[in-house]
Design a protein around this ligand. Structure first.
Ligand code: PHE
Length: 402
């Protein structure tokens, strides 16, 4: 047939019934703001790399973590999900949560997508840094493109226990049953040492970024690819902020990647949220600004507080519509708003919903807050975009604007 093809990352892929990638998202691929000199995301990325380089030196003073930061964001469902033991019906695979090119390809939703392959290539300690893509709500801290740093560290028995165990036959492995804090195949003592190394590493990193006085707590959590798993939260102005996820790598991932003689940890953290705290950046859209009033404020190697250039006024418009009888996903509407409104949309929120008592039809009302980052919008400009959103929503989502 004459199915449309999409060109990205040097590949051509034919659209199918899973395709949901939008041109606006495609426009962000290759911008590489996290590699752009003097950009706050790049400054933070470099601080994290420096931490690993200076704290983990090999015997000749050379860094022992290798850094991968130009891996292609176009990945397969095998890389993003299967290789990480994410079940076929896991919610994170949903079309409403990811940007699919076709049934088998998507824009990576986390940097962990590259973990299994890099382990397979023989690496024991590495960082993976890059852009990740998720369909999500729209507000000051969410943007469909953001950046993550993931890391993996694997140990051999000797690396973990030194010579203490010598050749007395002890090993990293046992065979018991899976418990709350240990995989069935692991030796409990070894897992404890891996956990300590992981938490020491991450506390060191957190202190190097936020200072020695930072309060933190570990909470237990679940990831399909680690067990046990934790989240690190830090106290920021009296609020617990989740900053990263981590854990002991599932042994079956290591086994499949040819590293069955090792045990290891992994973590993944988002750069934007940390950068917003460290640089005092109030809105996530600012990271994409090409305005020199924003960019000229930052200098490689130093963390300085952002000074708002000026606050332009908001313009608020509501849209109400009847939902179609078949399924409707709010994320489809958010994407449509992004495609048409672009970065002048500051926030979209569901402000009212109700079901008509007689017809049983459902209605949603969304409030769209418009604000340009660099100028004042006129009511006419906003109205033109708002009507375009209304028109498009009724044409493509099957809703009936009220
Ligand atoms: N990939 C996870 C996320 O995006 C983070 C993570 C990485 C957790 C590695 C554990 C180990 O939330």
């Amino acid at each position: 047939g004459d199915r449309k093809t999409i060109e990205l990352c040097g590949r051509k892929i034919s659209e199918d019934d899973w395709t949901n990638i939008t041109p606006r998202i495609l426009d962000h691929i290759g911008r590489n703001i996290y590699l752009q000199k003097n950009h706050p995301l790049s400054i933070l990325r470099q601080k994290i790399i420096d931490y690993f380089y200076s704290n983990y030196l090999g015997h000749r003073g050379t860094p022992v973590f290798s850094v991968y930061e130009t891996l292609s964001p176009l990945v397969t469902t095998v890389q993003n999900f299967d290789s990480l033991l994410i079940e076929k019906d896991h919610p994170s695979r949903r079309k409403s949560d990811c940007y699919y090119i076709d049934r088998d390809h998507l824009l990576r939703a986390h940097m962990t997508a590259h973990q299994a392959e890099l382990i397979k290539s023989g690496l024991d300690r590495f960082l993976m840094i890059g852009d990740v893509y998720r369909r999500d709500e729209i507000d000051a801290t969410h943007y469909p493109v953001f950046h993550q740093v993931d890391a993996v560290r694997l140990f051999t028995g000797t690396e973990l226990h030194g010579d203490r165990w010598g050749s007395n036959g002890k090993s990293l492995f046992g065979n018991g049953t899976r418990t709350h804090d240990c995989q069935e195949c692991h030796d409990e003592m070894s897992v404890k040492l891996v956990e300590m190394d992981l938490k020491t590493c991450l506390m060191g990193l957190t202190r190097s970024l936020f200072g020695k006085g930072i309060s933190h707590r570990w909470t237990e959590t679940y990831f399909p690819f680690t067990h046990p798993s934790w989240e690190l939260e830090i106290d920021f102005n009296g609020e617990w902020m989740e900053v990263l996820g981590c854990g002991v790598v599932e042994q079956s991932i290591l086994k499949k990647a040819g590293a069955s003689d090792r045990i290891g940890w992994a973590f993944g953290l988002g750069l934007e949220r940390l950068a917003m705290l460290l640089f005092n950046i109030p809105d996530i859209r600012l990271f994409w600004s090409k305005d020199s009033g924003f960019l000229s404020q930052f200098k490689e190697g130093t963390i300085t507080k952002y000074k708002p250039i000026s606050q332009f006024p908001q313009c608020i418009n509501d849209i109400s519509f009847w939902l179609p009888n078949d399924k409707f996903s709010a994320n489809d509407f958010y994407d449509l708003v992004r495609v048409i409104g672009g970065d002048i949309v500051e926030q979209v929120s569901l402000v009212d919903e109700f079901t008509h008592p007689k017809s049983g039809k459902k209605s949603h009302c969304y409030r769209i807050v418009y604000r340009h980052m660099e100028k004042t919008l006129t009511q006419e400009e906003v109205n033109a975009i708002h009507s375009k959103i209304e028109k498009n929503a009724s044409e493509t989502l099957g809703v009936i604007v009220r």
